[in-house]
Design a protein around this ligand. Structure first.
Ligand SMILES: Nc1ncnc2c1ncn2[C@@H]1O[C@H](COP(=O)(O)OP(=O)(O)OP(=O)(O)O)[C@@H](O)[C@H]1O
Ligand SMILES: [Mg+2]
Length: 380
């Protein structure tokens, strides 16, 4: 009926079983009224076109149809139905197309974002920033690539830190012998050192120190082993060793009108890394000279509680209590310093490499006492 056909269903003998009118009469009055606004059964005229009905291959009757007059609204409904259909199709296309577009953009971003991040990280690393790391979220190829990248970045960062550490230590240690040599040469020129031979001897020792330092650097490049961490023990006559250092640095002290002297003279033979110990003493002495205005510097040594100590006492401006730890930190320097602030960091590191430590007692305005302690078993 909805398609504008008056319909009748008949049995095989051609008797009517049900027709459109009978169906219409079974509807509720309101539904019937609505249907009658769409179709007009009375307008149907002429013969029914008959089509046989089958069930499981057996003919059970026939259905007859004939055209009814279609009331205008049915055409409207059809048009609306068609329009809705077209709209539905269009919307479906838009949704499907939009979805596909969204998915392709999403996957492109999903894949390209980590790659972009990776490129940025590589650029940063090429610029010398070795602290960059990539997030390792996924367990896929990109995740494992990020992991490898982070591993490489970590290794490079460690290498870079070691390189910086060594460069700054070496630079610092190159400066000390040169400063001592300069002071000795100037003292000889000015006639402050009358003993030319002694002055030249001091310079020769410092030249040897420089050569040893260069050899140390060569060792590092050769074996990548830090000469700041290796140990090279030799037998040392302590009073001789210390007075040698004091005498070579005497012109530096004299420039400031200071006197530095070895207070103890007792015999102690030691088994120690000569170069490391000399580096420690020279750093402490050069600080004592730098940060002392008047008075002098004394050095003494001895054995106490199974430890060997070497003590450097000055009458300088001292170090406030809240800075006694700070001064050993790398690059910390006081307002009065024109250095790099790594001397005491080197001293601490070398003392620890030899299994020892460094102590500091200081009274501002009165002076400082730096004591280096080394395990006695390394001494005979
Ligand atoms: N004997 C001392 N008396 C007073 N202050 C000292 C003494 N030794 C060190 N200091 C303080 O500790 C700081 C750190 O000393 P450190 O030797 O590490 O560096 P620096 O002497 O400043 O520079 P450099 O790298 O040339 O040695 C100094 O800047 C100074 O303020
Ligand atoms: Mg210093």
């Amino acid at each position: 009926m909805m398609f504008g056909f008056d319909t009748v269903v008949m049995d095989t003998d051609g008797n009517k079983i049900i027709d459109s009118r009978a169906v219409l009469d079974t509807l509720s009055p309101s539904m019937k009224r609505r249907m009658e606004r769409i179709i007009d059964i009375d307008s149907a005229a002429g013969e029914f076109e008959s089509y046989p009905l089958y069930q499981a291959g057996r003919e059970i009757g026939a259905i007859g149809v004939r055209q009814m007059k279609r009331i205008g609204s049915i055409d409207n409904k059809e048009a609306i139905f068609k329009k809705r259909g077209e709209e539905f199709l269009l919307i479906s296309f838009i949704i499907a197309g939009g979805g596909a577009l969204f998915l392709s953009v999403f996957f492109t971003l999903f894949l390209s974002m980590p790659l972009k991040k990776m490129r940025k990280a590589v650029d940063a690393m090429a610029g010398g920033n070795f602290s960059v790391r990539l997030p390792v979220g996924s367990g896929d190829e990109i995740g494992s690539l990020s992991e490898s990248f982070n591993f490489m970045a970590e290794a490079l960062e460690r290498e870079e830190a070691l390189r910086k550490h060594l460069t700054s230590n070496i630079t610092h240690e190159l400066r000390t012998p040169l400063t001592i040599m300069k002071a000795n040469v100037e003292a000889m020129i000015d006639g402050v050192i009358s003993d030319q031979e002694g002055g030249l001897g001091n310079i020769r020792v410092e030249v040897e120190n420089l050569i040893r330092l260069i050899e140390g650097i060569e060792d590092i490049t050769r074996a990548e082993a830090s000469f700041f961490t290796g140990k090279d023990y030799t037998r040392i006559n302590l009073p001789e060793f210390l007075s040698g250092i004091v005498s070579r640095m005497a012109p530096l002290a004299a420039e400031k009108g200071l006197e530095s002297k070895l207070v103890t003279k007792k015999t102690v033979n030691a088994l120690a890394d000569r170069y490391k110990l000399e580096t420690i003493i020279r750093n402490l002495l050069s600080n004592a000279i730098k940060y002392t205005g008047t008075g002098g510097i004394g050095i003494d040594y001895g054995i106490r509680k199974q430890m060997l100590f070497i003590r450097i006492t000055d009458s300088g401006h001292g170090i406030p209590e809240d800075r006694t730890d700070l001064v050993f930190k790398k690059f910390y320097r006081g307002d009065d310093s024109n250095g790099t602030g790594i001397g005491l960091a080197i001293v601490k590191e070398l003392a620890e490499v030899m299994g020892g430590r460094i102590d500091l007692e200081s009274a501002p305005g009165e002076g400082s006492v730096f004591t280096i302690w080394l395990p006695v078993q390394t001494w005979i």
